[in-house]
Write a protein that binds this ligand. Sequence first.
Ligand SMILES: [Zn+2]
Length: 363
Amino acid sequence: MIPTVTKGRWLDVYACPECRGGLTRHADRWTCTACRFGYPVRDGVPVLARRATEAPGFVGTMKRSYGDPKPFLEMVRQRGWQSALRTIQIAGEPDRVAEAVAPNRVSWRHVVGVTGASLVVDIGAGTGGVACQLAATCDVIAIDRSYVDAAFVAIRSAQSGLESLDSIVAEACQLPLANGVADVVTLIGVLEWVPVDFPDSNPRESQLAALREAKRVLKPYGRLYLAIENRHYFAYYLGFPEPHARLRYISLMDREASDRYSRETRGTPFLEWTYTLQEYLALLNEAGFAQVEPYWLYPNYRLPNALVPADHPAAARWFTEEFLDPRQYGSRMQRDLYTYLRFAPPAHMTHAVRDFGFVACST
Ligand SMILES: [Zn+2]
């Protein structure tokens, strides 16, 4: 059922990202009632951030062109979002249209407790695979630091007739929201990229800032859903390249060595930190989430078919016995991976899976 809630109700959930003052909405700008800063509205998309918003985002990275987004967005309007997305599909990469509508993009929603009455804040919305699907049943604020991504989601949502979705430009570490307004905040494939915007800061501190910001905007007993890679994925030991730096073994090194290695081989510091299961639990605790449930997201966090409790070895054993299909593991490395998942002691194996999901309760 499409909720009857209209965007007007959301007005009081927004706040100035700098001073938390209230915002007055006009067609061309939203003005802070406290510091008087005027945030521009570009083609219907509020830009509630003061730093540059020309980040290429998911769409820009697909286009491999970081210039004027206008011609592409015009094509999205004219031809429809699916058709436009197909024109920038990169050969050999996953089908981005299929990904953007795949039901398992949001298979975690029941575990996280999303209901028809929820207000979900999806941070790093990309092409809207999560935000637009959730908005069919509940209220969603889709946030992206990239203007082109946010504009894409706004057009997609309008073309899909979604009335319970707002798409805005904002930063994960400075959300333009009042305290305690969200039922659910999602960070799916986002936290590892947050430090890239703060190259002079310690990456963990930048990530803590984003998690604390998520906690700030959550209602009491609201839930954070964090989905992200495991630093100690078993395949990394077999030489599978780390997906952010695209370098082998880098996440297995200590932080200082990984930074030196990254600077020597790709000329940039290693900022895209991921963590072990225990390190994620410590990070979330430090950010103020006292109660955290860890899950093994199978086969990965983008399109999870299953959420297996990572702190429940018997459940993991049952899952690998009943559901892993050896025929899906073709290459030599994949067969090694299958053997490991299937036969390693489950209490070890759940620490070496590819991706984790964390449902963290804000008390
Ligand atoms: Zn202000």
